[in-house]
Design a protein around this ligand. Structure first.
Ligand SMILES: [Zn+2]
Length: 181
């Protein structure tokens, strides 16, 4: 079965239980939406792993995909781009250390880019008087945003937002508005 009909079938199944579980519908819609931003082979890889109940180990790409769909479902008002373009998806597929947990994002659109947490976080250097301890830098895959080209920094977008607007967004996300007719 090809990817498109698989997603359609998922959506159909979700819509059938819409009355009972609006979240499942949102999830199916989000899956479809995210797949449309992806390379067909990447999307097929993810759908195969999700569908395979025997699969013991998911790829980093599948984990990232599921995390993005979950956030889309629980916080539909999150303004950050919802996309996994080929250049980003391939990194999650190739490098099991790649993660967004280190908080690197685009200062303009907020897109979270993969990075690799430094394996030896604490460095000690003798400056002639004392040992100075510092965290060695994360390995960052993108210096500029793969979507809009703006600069990438650690929490560049998150830190640049006012506390108030973040509060408002969080409140809006909590209210959550699912509308399916
Ligand atoms: Zn951007």
């Amino acid at each position: 079965m090809n990817l498109h009909s698989r997603v359609e079938r998922l959506e159909l199944a979700a819509r059938e239980m819409a009355g009972a579980d609006a979240e499942a519908v949102c999830e199916a819609v989000a899956i479809n939406e995210l797949c449309e931003t992806m390379d067909a082979a990447h999307a097929a890889h993810v759908m195969e792993q999700i569908a395979d109940e025997e699969a013991e180990v998911w790829s980093g790409l599948t984990h990232r995909f599921v995390a993005m769909v979950e956030r889309r479902t629980t916080t539909p008002n999150d303004p950050r781009p919802f996309a996994l373009p080929p250049g980003v998806a391939q990194i999650f597929l190739d490098d099991p250390r790649a993660s967004t947990a280190q908080g690197w994002d685009c200062e303009a659109c907020g897109y979270e880019v993969p990075s690799v947490k430094s394996m030896s976080p604490m460095q000690r250097v003798w400056d002639g008087y004392n040992y100075i301890a510092f965290w060695s830098p994360d390995g960052v895959y993108f210096a500029s945003c793969p979507l809009c080209g703006s600069a990438v920094g650690q929490m560049a977008w998150l830190a640049g937002r006012s506390y108030q607007s973040r509060l408002e967004e969080a409140a809006a996300a909590k209210r959550g508005s699912y509308e399916f007719n």
